[in-house]
Design a binder for this molecule. Structure first.
Ligand SMILES: CC(C)(COP(=O)(O)OP(=O)(O)OC[C@H]1O[C@@H](n2cnc3c(N)ncnc32)[C@H](O)[C@@H]1OP(=O)(O)O)[C@@H](O)C(=O)NCCC(=O)NCCS
Length: 125
């Protein structure tokens, strides 16, 4: 598959200098999805996990623009930003069946509830 992920090279927060913000473009070069991948070096203790990240990357703000949903873009984007031999975790609302479906297809497994109405999923590689 042609790579259509662009690292925007934006450092949003000073405390997250290594966190990457990716945009994903479709065949017509329209911006369709985006995601942040937080580098484990950017935080020793993650505010969500409330425990050390142990070298894991944090996937957050996965989103496909409304009009482009259900065309496979979020899944394609994540397939391109998730690198072999790196481990990832994320937080997803228990009711978000679409997102949980995608993450499960990518190999993420349920880890634990966050204590609110969402769960933490992990991809160990
Ligand atoms: C979740 C979100 C990112 C998905 O983006 P998308 O580009 O539409 O997703 P894709 O098209 O790649 O994949 C959709 C998959 O979910 C499946 N799906 C859709 N509705 C579903 C449902 N109700 N139940 C189960 N699976 C569902 C589709 O069939 C498809 O899977 P398939 O390829 O196996 O058929 C998008 O809905 C979104 O931006 N939501 C708002 C933000 C959000 O919730 N982000 C996640 C935060 S953790």
């Amino acid at each position: 598959m042609e790579k259509r992920v662009v690292d925007m090279g934006i450092n949003l927060f000073k405390i997250f200098p290594n966190t990457k913000y990716y945009f994903y473009y479709n065949e017509a070069n329209q911006l369709v999805s985006h995601v942040y991948i937080q580098d484990p070096n950017d935080s020793l203790e993650h505010p969500v996990l409330k425990e050390p990240m142990n070298g894991m990357y944090y996937v957050w703000a996965v989103e496909t623009i409304n009009q482009f949903r259900s065309q496979g873009y979020a899944q394609q984007m994540l397939e391109q930003v998730i690198e072999k031999n790196k481990s990832y975790f994320l937080r997803v609302d228990n009711n978000n069946v679409t997102a949980i479906h995608i993450y499960t297809k990518l190999g993420f497994k349920y880890y634990k509830n966050s204590g609110e109405s969402d769960q933490i999923m992990i991809l160990y590689q």
